[in-house]
Design a protein. Structure first.
Length: 150
């Protein structure tokens, strides 16, 4: 891939993200974008808490999925999720700043596999002195598929 193709792919991913109303509505921000890689960030709001007063896993999944979408669309062709799995490793709290780092693992034809690690910013983001900086709160694996005919 030459520099022009790479720039076009990254621009396509940015356009997709700019049109993503779900991510925008939750305050998800794009931190970094490169071919096959993306970093996105979100602050956990009170409206994202479940009945146990901890962050609802669906919001953590959505943040990871948004980073996954950016990474798998960074090559240019319209690419969608074929499936994904998540492991929740630690609860998140209101005020936590979560960062999702998506990395491409495999591209094979129209299919891809991406790993996304979601971390919590630590005491500086939540006020919880016991929360270690960069603590992993979830691991996500997404399977992508390039859409033809679009």
């Amino acid at each position: 891939m030459d520099n022009e193709e790479e720039a076009a792919g990254l621009a396509a991913a940015r356009r997709m993200f700019d049109a993503d109303k779900a991510s925008a509505g939750l305050g998800i921000e794009l931190v970094e974008l490169a071919p096959g890689r993306a970093v996105a960030r979100m602050r956990v709001a009170a409206s994202m808490l479940n009945g146990h007063a901890i962050g609802h896993g669906g919001y953590v999944f959505l943040l990871a999925d948004s980073a996954f979408a950016l990474a798998c669309n960074s090559h240019g062709p319209v690419t969608v999720a074929a499936g994904a799995d998540v492991s929740f490793l630690a609860p998140v709290a209101e005020g936590d700043v979560l960062t999702a780092c998506a990395v491409e693992r495999v591209l094979a034809g129209r299919s891809g596999i991406y790993d996304v690690t979601v971390t919590r910013g630590g005491a500086e983001s939540s006020g919880d002195a016991a929360a270690p900086a960069g603590q992993i709160v979830a691991e996500f694996r997404g399977r992508s598929r390039v859409v033809t005919g679009r």
